[in-house]
Design a protein around this ligand. Sequence first.
Ligand code: ATP
Ligand code: MG
Length: 325
Amino acid sequence: MTDQIAVVPGDGIGQEVVPVAVDVLDAVGEFEFVHGEAGDATKAETGTALPEETYDLVAESDATIFGAAGETAADVVLPLREAVGSFVNVRPARAYPGVDALRPETDLVFLRENTEGVYSGHEDRLSDDLSTLTRVITTSASERLAEFACEYVDERDLDGFHVAHKANVMRETDGRFRDAVVAVADEHGVETEEVLMDAFATHVCLDPEQFKVVVCPNLAGDVLSDLAAGLVGGLGMLPSANVGPENGLFEPVHGSAPDIAGEGVANPAATLLSAAMLLSHLGYDDEGDRVRAAVEDVLADGPHTPDLGGDATTEDVGDAVLDRV
Ligand code: ATP
Ligand code: MG
């Protein structure tokens, strides 16, 4: 049966980079593409940033390629991650030959908890002076993430993973997170090394090579992976996969980049690498590798978009990748 891929470009440069990824997916496989609207422009038109049809499309499809949403990001991305039952956000941060990177030796993957922490939406305004946020950590979500991490390192023949947390201060919530993750790893005979999330920020800048797989709570994973993007050549380089039990939503780590939207110069690498992750997730391993290799070749030889110091357009880069797949 043909796999159905939902295509949701969203706002800003999402409209420019997602079509490039769809062309490449179309070139390497037989897929049925179904298109969905979401984001700021959709809200302006229809009154809602995430129409029910789009939610259903994403929930029903075998996988989704998503671009970005601007102001409405929280109203779009959070429900869409929920639509695919995603509990982990896989964010590889890798430096590529040909791309000027602060730390060319960087090659690590963040496994970010994707359903709770401070992003679970429990914020309250209690008075004119006081607002609060409830941070939610459950043993079950932490264990599910740890199970995924154990499988992830097993498949890659790694001995173990790092656990980033701040359990010395958030003793109850991050203490629970740390205990649950380490217990699951112990059961599987997978090694863990703990690292305080603030110290990690320094260590990863000074010596990124010591990290291969880093398991983090939600907010820490978000912030630390953006930091790692800075080490490998910018936000245009980082792909991500929101993985659920049966389904996945694949999206660049960057947002809608309103400052360059409409100029046709966005770097499509992050979205193309997300498409490669989508292919691997659907079991098209060879096709995923082909797309990854083609992107790597183009990063090495050019053309490059302005964020990487070149003067190529999004389309030029897309065409060069298409030529190679
Ligand atoms: P949003 O609110 O949608 O997250 P933002 O203003 O935070 O938007 P980001 O998309 O997160 O913008 O981008 C931050 C910076 O990185 C911007 O200057 C943007 O131009 C740059 N950037 C992000 N993605 C890309 C890309 N694919 N190619 C080139 N530059 C990018
Ligand atoms: Mg942003």
